[in-house]
Design a protein. Structure first.
Length: 389
C-alpha cells in the first residue's frame, strides 16, 4: 500500500500535472471567448508553425527539464537537450511534441474538471435530485446505488495525475531527448575525455616515476659515497628533478580539474637536455648524439618523443643503475629516430611486466611509428622510429 502512495509524496508528480495544464492555458482562454469548432484546430496549426522555430526546442527543453524530470542528481546525464534545433528532423520532433502535448494537456484538463462533476452528479442522482447537466457524462434516473459509484471518479483522478505525468515524461524523453547525431557526438566527446585521461595518467607515471627513480638513485649514491661535495650535488639534482616533477603534477591536476591547459606548456625534445643532465647527475655516464633539426619536429611527435626518452632513461636507472648510456636522437624531413642503449640489467623485464615499455610501444603506435625494446648485441635497447609528417 505504501508503494502505491509513494508517487503522491513526490513533488515532480504535481509539477508534471502543471506541465500538462500550461500547454492548454492560452487555447482554453481563447476557447472561453470564442467556442467555435475551429479554435482547437487553429491552436494546433499555430503550435505546428512555432515548432519550426529552432529556439522553440530550447524553450520546451528547459520547461520539460524543470517540470518533468525534477531535481537531477550530480553526475547523471542530461536526458533532455536544450540546444536549438539544427536539422529539419529535430524541428519535426519539436512539432510532434507540441501537438501531442496540446492533445494530452487538453484531455488532462478536461478530465480534471469533469471527474469531480461526474461524482457530484452521481451523488445528486442517488439522493433523488436531478442532475444539473454540468457533467460531461449524463447520469440517467435516480438510483440509490449511484452513491456507491460516486467515489470512483474521485479515486480515478489521482491515478490519472500519476499516469498522465508519466506518459508526458516518456514522450518528452523520446522527442526532446538527444537525436542520434547528438548521441554520437556525445559518445565521441566522452571517448576523447577517456583517452585524454588515459594519456594524462601515462604522462604522470612517466614524470613522477622518473623523478622518484632519480631521487632514490641519488640518495643511495650519496650515502654510499660519504663525500660532502658529492652529497651536495646529489641533493641539488634531487631538488631540480623534484621541482620539475611538481610542475608536471600541477599541470596534470589542472587538466583533471578541467582547467584550460595550453598544449605548448608540455615539454618537448627541445627540453631533452634537462633529462640528460638529470640522468648524469644520478651517476649514469650519458653519451648523447643529437643530430638534425629537433626544434622543428612537429609538436605531437616532439612531446611524445620526450616522454619516450624520459621513460627509457628512467628504466635504465631503475633496473641497471649508474651505467653507461648511449642516447641517439636523429631527425630529418621524414622521421625521428630515438635510440637508447645500455648494458643489460641483471633482471631483464619480461614482455608483460610493468607499464613503461608497453607505454613506449603504445605511444609509437598512436603516432604511426614503431618501437622495439629488448636485448640487442649485449645491450638493452629502446629503438623508436616516428614519422614527422
Amino acid at each position: 500500500m505504501i508503494r502505491w502512495l509513494r508517487p503522491f509524496t513526490r513533488a515532480v508528480t504535481y509539477t508534471r500535472w502543471l506541465h500538462l495544464f500550461v500547454a492548454v492555458v492560452w487555447p482554453a482562454m481563447w476557447l472561453f471567448i470564442d467556442e467555435a469548432w475551429w479554435t482547437p484546430a487553429t491552436a494546433a496549426v499555430v503550435l505546428g508553425l512555432a515548432g519550426l522555430i529552432p529556439a522553440m526546442r530550447t524553450v520546451e527543453g528547459f520547461q520539460a527539464r524543470l517540470l518533468l524530470l525534477g531535481r537531477r542528481q550530480e553526475g547523471e546525464p542530461q536526458l533532455i537537450v536544450t540546444e536549438p534545433a539544427r536539422t529539419w528532423a529535430d524541428r519535426g520532433r519539436v512539432v510532434l511534441w507540441l501537438e501531442i502535448r496540446l492533445l494530452l494537456g487538453g484531455l488532462a484538463g478536461r478530465l480534471t474538471f469533469q471527474l469531480p462533476l461526474i461524482a457530484v452528479d452521481l451523488g445528486q442522482a442517488a439522493l433523488g435530485h436531478g442532475s444539473d447537466g454540468a457533467g460531461w457524462l449524463p447520469v440517467p434516473g435516480h438510483h440509490w446505488w449511484y452513491a456507491l459509484l460516486a467515489p470512483l471518479p474521485l479515486l480515478l483522478l489521482p491515478a490519472l495525475v500519476v499516469a498522465g505525468g508519466e506518459l508526458i515524461t516518456r514522450v518528452a524523453l523520446r522527442l526532446l531527448g538527444p537525436s542520434p547525431a547528438e548521441r554520437l557526438a556525445a559518445l565521441e566527446e566522452r571517448t576523447e575525455q577517456l583517452l585524454e585521461r588515459n594519456r594524462i595518467a601515462r604522462e604522470l607515471h612517466d614524470s613522477i616515476g622518473h623523478a622518484l627513480t632519480v631521487a632514490v638513485v641519488q640518495a643511495g649514491a650519496a650515502r654510499a659515497a660519504g663525500d660532502a661535495e658529492f652529497t651536495d650535488r646529489a641533493l641539488a639534482a634531487i631538488e631540480d628533478t623534484g621541482r620539475a616533477a611538481l610542475e608536471d603534477l600541477e599541470r596534470v591536476l589542472g587538466v583533471l580539474r578541467e582547467a584550460e591547459r595550453p598544449v605548448s606548456s608540455r615539454p618537448t625534445l627541445a627540453d631533452a637536455g634537462r633529462l640528460l643532465e638529470s640522468a648524469r647527475a644520478s651517476g649514469a655516464k650519458v653519451d648523447a648524439e643529437l643530430s638534425g633539426p629537433l626544434e622543428i619536429v612537429p609538436g605531437p611527435v616532439s612531446r611524445e618523443g620526450y616522454r619516450i626518452l624520459q621513460e627509457s632513461l628512467t628504466n635504465v636507472l631503475r633496473h641497471a643503475g649508474a651505467v653507461p648510456v648511449r642516447v641517439r636522437l636523429d631527425a630529418d624531413d621524414a622521421r625521428l629516430l630515438l635510440e637508447v642503449r645500455s648494458p643489460l640489467p641483471g633482471e631483464i623485464p619480461g614482455p608483460g611486466r610493468g607499464s613503461g615499455l608497453r607505454g613506449i610501444r603504445e605511444r609509437a603506435a598512436l603516432l604511426g611509428g614503431r618501437a622495439r625494446t629488448g636485448p640487442d648485441a649485449g645491450d638493452w635497447q629502446v629503438r623508436v622510429e616516428l614519422p614527422v609528417r
